[in-house]
Design a protein around this ligand. Structure first.
Ligand code: E4P
Length: 215
């Protein structure tokens, strides 16, 4: 399972890259806005840090508008994956970009039927949103099991399932159990995954004992 970082914060990306935890990056307009910087600058900076795929989201409402935006964004880096919302115009753009060999992520997927259509249209990555389904009292993680089960039967749809809208470590565990190809994780959740009170207590005890017998 690949891990992408769900952030546009370049300092954080550098930090986690040094731990070998960054196979790629996802951004969205909200994450870019949080940096206080311009979209193009941030994406170019991320491309200079990360070797893997960097997801940059388009905002145009029509397929032609998305194509123009996508071709411009791709000039910033060969590794850029164009992130496109799930709707009719989005899928038209996905299909045309796939014909041009430009990889896309279809984002804001909330159902298996949407995932089937995005896969058929030629998306490289499908992004089911787990946390936002939980927010409306639905079971976000069951969607991951359903999508991986369905798509696993059709290897001719050459796409990867990327769990998104991850809010806590249990989402990560469930995504791994469901067999997703990629999970995009916010830095806060990686921090939560890193720590355990018994680890802290164990380190403190070992240090105390080491003071008695090391050196
Ligand atoms: C990533 O590609 C998505 O845009 C992101 O995971 C959404 O997360 P959120 O639902 O916590 O905003």
């Amino acid at each position: 399972m690949k891990i992408f970082l769900d952030t546009a914060d370049t300092d954080v990306i550098k930090e986690f890259k040094e731990m070998g935890l960054v196979d790629g990056i996802t951004t969205n307009p909200t994450l870019i806005a949080r940096t206080g910087r311009k979209f193009g600058e941030v994406i170019r900076d991320i491309c200079a840090i990360v070797d893997g795929p960097v997801n940059a989201e388009v905002t145009a409402a029509t397929a032609d508008g998305i194509l123009d935006e996508a071709r411009e964004i791709r000039k910033w880096g060969e590794q850029i994956v164009i992130k496109i919302p799930m709707n009719r115009e989005g899928l038209r753009a996905v299909w045309r970009l796939s014909e041009e060999g430009i990889p896309t992520t279809v984002t804001l997927i909330f159902s298996v039927p949407q995932a089937i259509l995005a896969a058929k249209a030629g998306a490289r990555y499908l992004c089911p949103f787990v946390g936002r389904l939980d927010d409306i009292a639905s079971e976000g993680t069951s969607l991951l099991y359903d999508i991986t089960a369905v798509l696993g039967q059709y290897p001719e749809w050459d796409c990867e399932v990327m769990a998104a809208s991850v809010r806590h470590p249990i989402h990560v565990v469930e995504a791994a159990r469901a067999g997703v190809d990629v999970i995009t994780i916010p830095p806060k959740v990686i921090d939560q995954m890193l720590s355990h009170p018994l680890t802290d207590r164990g380190i403190a005890q070992f240090l105390k004992d080491a003071a008695l017998c090391y050196s």
